[in-house]
Design a protein. Structure first.
Lengths: 217, 201
């Protein structure tokens, strides 16, 4: 290695990332070259100044991670449970495919299946009982004057938080939990008032500290 | 540069890595949020520092840091382990920084007069003077072109090898060395003008 090649390597000699062979060559050259020895001093000084300046600069706020996690949730929600394949992945068996999915995607798929089954059951039942649904609490619910919502609660939510969330939408729990941990909440809004129902669902969904899932049944 | 292509005559090895960061990225590809948090905690502060040095604005640097990490979440399945996770993440950050600089008009940074620099002293005054010194060096770095600033930051602050810098900046080794040559010359001039350079290591 000649003088020019050595001098080009000196910044990385100063930051100690050269290979052992390169380092040996540089150190051998430094013993004979005053210009390069001075350059190492300058670079070491420069590196120290840059590191100190960086350390004195602003730091990443501690809550930035929460924002990143929220961005990821938004991204995954936008993708939807049906869009779950990632690029460049070979076709996989159903069991492996299922295990590879994020837990909330698996939960959403399972909830969809349960809701499809529930709607099917209700449709058959309503064939004979068009206006009334009986719940496990035994209390008949007027189908026209109210709407039922499937709600999943965050495991860490307290009883008080759950109560406040339900009272906040003037609802009451009339069934559950299901095998998936979902509760049926009845709200005094007719099924025909879709805008109001959507507002209730949005209120629940925004309460992410307490509600992990909310959908009209 | 396509993965596996030679950088500066040295071929990049196509071998799968077994370090914890690579494992986290594989887990992220499967939707593992805990693995994402681990990767975030390991790299976000360094990425923020790099992006702040490139952009010069902490709010934008924070947004871009999260953009990099979210991009890593989205692209985790495409990470094949040919590059080190740090190189991969800094490569994403570098591109985002350049895009941001292209998008905005480059901000002009006034160089402060070197005669304003007081000698470091003891106590609170010394702390203030050191903070001023740091601010002056940051200002000097902002005076470099983005490409020169990137080489200086990646080498001196992030402590990366020239091979890693070349991979992050997607350029040949000879370009990295040339950029460093001009960057250090320019930075040395600015620091000397400010009375910072020449200090014993």
């Amino acid at each position: 290695m000649n003088h020019r090649e050595i001098i080009e390597l000196l910044p990385w000699y100063a930051n100690e990332t050269l290979s052992a062979d390169e380092r040996t060559m540089v150190e051998s050259h430094l013993k004979e070259c005053g210009e390069c020895a001075q350059e190492v001093k300058n670079l070491t000084s420069m590196r120290k100044a840059v590191v100190e300046a960086g350390d004195q600069g602003p730091a990443l706020p501690p809550f930035a991670l929460n924002r990143a996690l929220a961005q990821i949730e938004d991204y995954e929600r936008a993708k939807g449970p049906a869009i779950s394949s990632r690029q460049d992945q070979p076709p996989v068996a159903w069991g492996r495919y299922w295990r590879l999915k994020p837990i909330f995607v698996r939960a959403l798929i399972a909830v969809q299946l349960v809701l499809m089954l529930a709607f099917g059951t209700v449709a058959v039942y309503q064939h004979n009982h068009p206006n009334v649904i009986y719940t496990t609490s035994g209390e008949p619910v007027n189908d026209k004057a109210s709407t039922t919502i499937a709600v999943g609660f965050v495991p860490t939510a307290s009883e008080q938080e759950i109560r406040q969330a339900i009272l906040g939408i003037k609802g009451k729990i009339v069934d559950g939990p299901s095998a998936l941990g979902l509760y049926t909440v009845q709200v005094p809004i007719s099924r025909e008032h879709t805008t109001e129902i959507e507002q209730v669902l949005e209120t629940l969904r925004q309460n992410q500290r307490v509600i992990r899932f909310a959908a009209q049944k | 540069m396509p993965q596996g292509e030679a950088i500066g005559g040295k071929p990049v090895k196509n071998e799968i890595r077994a370090d914890p960061e690579s494992l986290w990225i594989q887990q992220i590809a499967g939707g593992d949020r805990e693995a994402f948090e681990k990767l975030y905690k390991a790299y976000a502060a360094r990425l923020f520092r790099y992006l702040f040095s490139m952009i010069g604005d902490s709010g934008t640097a924070e947004e871009l840091t999260n953009d990099v990490m979210v991009a890593a979440w989205k692209a985790a399945a495409t990470f094949r382990g040919e590059a080190k996770p740090s190189t991969w993440l800094f490569g994403i950050a570098h591109n985002k920084a350049l895009n941001e600089l292209r998008r905005k008009h480059p901000s002009t940074v006034e160089i402060e007069d070197a005669t304003e620099l007081a000698a470091p002293g003891e106590g609170p005054e010394g702390v203030i003077q050191r903070a001023n010194l740091g601010q002056r060096v940051r200002t000097a770095l902002q005076d470099l072109s983005p490409e020169h600033r990137a080489v200086v930051e990646l080498t001196f602050y992030q402590g990366l090898s020239y091979l890693e810098v070349a991979e992050i900046m997607q350029c040949p080794l000879s370009t990295v060395k040339t950029r460093m040559f001009y960057a250090k010359k320019k930075l040395q001039e600015v620091l000397e003008k400010k009375g910072i350079a020449g200090e014993a290591p």
